[in-house]
Design a binder for this molecule. Structure first.
Ligand code: BGC
Length: 365
């Protein structure tokens, strides 16, 4: 590793700050062809959580205020969707809220696999974590919390794309985990009306029951309801989303299953059949693995994950989306490079996860 952890922490904070838009939004990657100019609620929430944990209260607050503004501006659309669903109408995925926005909060004109619910739950979770840590209210938060909670309460059991833009026909357990955490956070915020809070609590119960009944396989959480496969995004269902506690056998078995079947020397694959850029190992997923080790008291294991992430940085301290030195599907690397160019670097979510894990381990810049 060429840079010390303290130096990579500083570099990560600096990169994230440098690329934060004046609007508050974070581009997923400032350079990568397919991500440039767009902010994802999922990526951005973990990026903001990373800098929030390293004292960047104002920068993270600006991201949350941007999200609050963008989400609240969709209130009329959410209420119309909820009303249509209430009438029993089948709503096409294209009518649902976007997964990503341009840095000024518009929808943008580039095609994307757009219906994903998880980002709205992840944002509610990250907003609560940031607010509890720094104690300052985010402007416009209460209205946006209500809009996001009404949306998720109405649609949590609707199939949608997963974290990886795949399998729109399935209900993904990691998506359900983020909605579970987000709706709990919304209830705890006190921003919901009594009726909204009651409905959100019902959704949380429903998610928990459905996952226990249909979302497990071989004693661990499953990639989607009824699937026999595992996916590294499931790590988030334990830590940080707490849908399953780390000391619950189901949580412990999930972390163990991901580590056993999807990791190599601490680098973590998304899932066994992955072919995107040849299916390499993702530093941000090693961040989730390390975070789970830290939460379960395995600090030495967590530190090894931090080391592995840092070892993937370029000489000037940029972390990629994935590393393709041990690909699952080597024949697919060239096809993606031709389509979208080299692997996205820097990927700000990778830096966000590095910062989160560093903070868990008390590593500061
Ligand atoms: C990943 C998403 C991510 C997006 C932006 C996609 O390739 O599948 O999880 O949100 O890139 O980083």
């Amino acid at each position: 590793m060429s840079m010390s952890h303290a130096a990579l922490v500083r570099r990560s904070i600096d990169l994230i700050a440098r690329h934060q838009s004046p609007s508050g939004a974070y581009p997923a990657s400032p350079t990568f062809s397919a991500y440039r100019g767009y902010c994802w609620l999922r990526d951005g929430s973990f990026i903001a959580e990373g800098v929030s944990r390293h004292g960047q209260a104002r920068a993270a607050g600006a991201f949350h205020a941007w999200c609050a503004h963008v989400i609240a501006s969709h209130e009329g659309r959410v209420d119309a969707l909820v009303e249509r669903a209430g009438r029993g109408e089948a709503i096409p995925p294209g009518d649902m809220l976007p997964t990503r926005f341009t840095l000024d909060g518009a929808e943008g004109s580039d095609e994307w696999w757009d219906f994903q619910l998880d980002g709205y739950g992840t944002w509610l979770w990250a907003l609560a974590a940031h607010t509890a840590r720094h104690g300052e209210a985010v402007p416009g938060a209460d209205r946006a919390i209500r809009v996001a909670a009404r949306y998720l309460t109405a649609f949590w059991d609707t199939p949608c794309y997963d974290w990886w833009e795949e399998h729109v026909e399935q209900r993904h357990v990691s998506t359900l985990g983020s909605l579970h955490a987000g709706l709990r956070a919304a209830v705890d915020s006190g921003a919901l009306s009594p009726a909204e809070a009651e409905a959100a609590r019902g959704a949380v119960r429903g998610i928990g029951e459905l996952v226990r009944a249909e979302g497990t396989t071989g004693g661990h959480l499953a990639k989607w309801l009824g699937s026999g496969a595992v996916d590294a995004s499931l790590l988030a269902c334990v830590e940080p989303f707490g849908m399953v506690p780390p000391d619950d056998p189901l949580g412990a078995a999930t972390v163990a299953a991901v580590e056993e079947s999807l990791s190599e020397d601490r680098g973590v694959y998304r899932y066994a059949a992955d072919t995107f850029y040849g299916g390499g190992r993702w530093p941000l997923l090693t961040g989730f693995l390390g975070w789970n080790h830290a939460a379960a008291g395995r600090a030495a294991e967590a530190a090894r994950c931090l080391d592995w992430i840092a070892a993937q940085a370029t000489p000037d301290g940029e972390l990629p989306e994935q590393v393709t030195d041990l690909p699952l599907a080597p024949g697919m690397i060239a096809e993606w490079e031709e389509r979208w160019g080299p692997v996205g670097t820097p990927l700000l979510w990778s830096h966000g996860m590095y910062l989160i894990l560093a903070a868990e381990l008390g590593v500061r810049g």
